[in-house]
Design a protein. Structure first.
Length: 332
């Protein structure tokens, strides 16, 4: 049965902080009622507990980490695996970590291994290898979806709190961009008639996220391109909510941003409307956080059509590792 997208309703966002990331994640799990939320979904669906399929989408395929990992750019694998341990402790054993590759970058398996994922108690799924037909409608129309994400009984987005030069910041909704299976994301999910923000929000709407976490324990800030590693900013914060849209709104506020500057948030508002958000935790902005300048975002949109040309990206890949990362375009 198709799920109704949960984003257009009022929601609570839990902002947990502390001195130990494992303890803070545990607090986020408890305060947000995450395991109770999973239990309610399981009870509604029926079937055996160990067959209840859970898919988790971390932020893994960052272009800046195509040649290695960095704490300010990817979801911390130790946090993801601690979340998985909590699920397994509750008796849920069918768990997949899902992602899709970026053209010119490493495979999903390679990126996961470099980041430190162990596959202990879960499997790693490359959504491009699992692509099956799926009707999104809207700007994507008849396209494909990865089977592990499509057929999951419960979907979790575990995004990364960081800046992004095309939409100011990357949170949970932008992380769903990585659930779209086509590796050439710039060629397929950008451009007139199917802008990346339309694709992100449509994908989240058609295959809804049941629960969202955002790893900002070490946030990634800075004003440069997606090909540069962000600055590792110790914000010591983890967010949790059953509404990814609400979570992204609060994350932008913590960065000192007007959320509506983001094209992704603008599209979300058009699709789901305004909602009331109950912010639970420290709502003060992070000191010294460096955001992308509006002029940079405008310039990126002006020059993006040039980067969509195959010749341009081929030329960039000849210019060394940074050129290759620049050609590996993503808003994750």
């Amino acid at each position: 049965m198709a799920k109704h997208a949960p984003y257009g309703r009022d929601a609570s966002v839990h902002i947990e902080t502390g001195s130990n990331k494992a303890t803070v994640l545990d607090s986020a799990i408890a305060a947000s009622g995450f395991l109770q939320h999973v239990e309610a979904a399981f009870a509604a669906g029926g079937g055996p507990r160990d067959a209840f399929a859970i898919a988790i989408k971390p932020n893994l395929m960052s272009a800046a980490t195509a040649d290695g990992d960095a704490g300010g750019d990817q979801t911390d694998p130790t946090l993801v695996e601690r979340l998985i341990a909590a699920l397994r402790g509750a008796g849920f054993e069918t768990i997949a970590l899902v992602e899709s590759p970026l053209v010119g970058g490493p495979t999903v398996a390679q990126a996961a291994a470099r980041a430190g994922y162990t596959s202990d108690g879960y499997r790693i799924a490359d959504l491009s290898d699992e692509a099956v037909p799926f009707v999104y409608g809207g700007v994507l129309g008849d396209h494909v979806a990865g089977r592990s994400w499509l057929e999951a009984d419960y979907r979790i987005c575990f995004g990364k709190g960081k800046t992004q030069w095309q939409c100011f910041f990357s949170g949970c909704l932008a992380n769903i961009y990585g659930c779209l299976p086509e590796p050439d994301k710039l060629g397929r999910y950008h451009g007139t008639g199917h802008e990346f923000f339309e694709c992100c929000v449509l994908a989240a709407d058609r295959l809804p996220v049941d629960f969202a976490f955002l790893d900002a324990w070490v946030g990634g800030d800075g004003r440069r391109s997606h090909a540069h590693r962000r600055g590792a900013r110790e914000t010591r914060t983890i967010f949790a909510s059953d509404n990814a849209f609400a979570l992204d709104w609060v994350a932008a506020e913590k960065m000192g941003l007007d959320p509506e500057l983001s094209f992704v948030i603008q599209e979300a508002l058009l699709r789901w409307g305004t909602i009331q958000i109950n912010r639970r935790g420290n709502v003060a902005t992070w000191p010294q956080w460096r955001n992308v300048r509006p002029l940079t975002v405008t310039a990126v949109h002006l020059f993006e059509p040039l980067f969509r040309r195959r010749f341009t990206r081929t030329l960039l890949r000849l210019l060394g590792s940074r050129g290759r990362r620049l050609a590996t375009w993503t808003v994750q």
